[in-house]
Design a protein around this ligand. Sequence first.
Ligand code: AMP
Length: 197
Amino acid sequence: MAAVRLVILGRQGSGKGTQCARLVEELGPLHISTGDMLRSAVAEGTELGRRAGALMDAGELVPDDVMIGIVAERLAKPDVAEHGFLLDGFPRTPAQAEALEAILADNGVALDRALNIDVPVGEVMQRMLVRGRADDTEEAIQRRLDLYESSTAPLVAWFEDRGLLAVVDGLGSEDEVFGRLCDAVQAADSVGNGVSA
Ligand code: AMP
């Protein structure tokens, strides 16, 4: 299979991180996680990190223009052309989705699939409280889940309109969910899906 270009969607706590690692190992794209990029920037104390850190702690979104700039720069690199990508955490708003479409068109490539790992809200809240990451206070979790509903959930419809969406049931064992994700990517491949640039 040629370089695969995927977006992965799913509420925080949907198992996205684990499944991304497995998809990368199985299919070979670069894992581009905007959350990881921002956390590195915070750790390094860069200008971006200083701007983003407080917003992240509060569970707020970093402004679209900042995020779009970061992703456009990353996707323009030659390693992405060679290996493809698994975009995780972006797009998170309709404006970011529009920008992604434009960035890919500029690069002369198309998205193969947007994978949505579907896990009910009550279940992800439980999972995140157990996980106990530093930015996982109950308030921040609630805020991120609210934001997910208001800003990110419309993206599901956006990808569906473009024939790119695959909804994958996120309940069950890690292996079961992984198998469903691989099937969804395979299905995209066999029908030659993808938005032409
Ligand atoms: P994540 O690891 O994807 O949950 O991202 C952690 C935090 O980084 C989020 O709660 C946001 O504050 C910020 N962030 C990551 N990606 C984006 C994005 N595409 N747009 C806006 N904020 C983002």
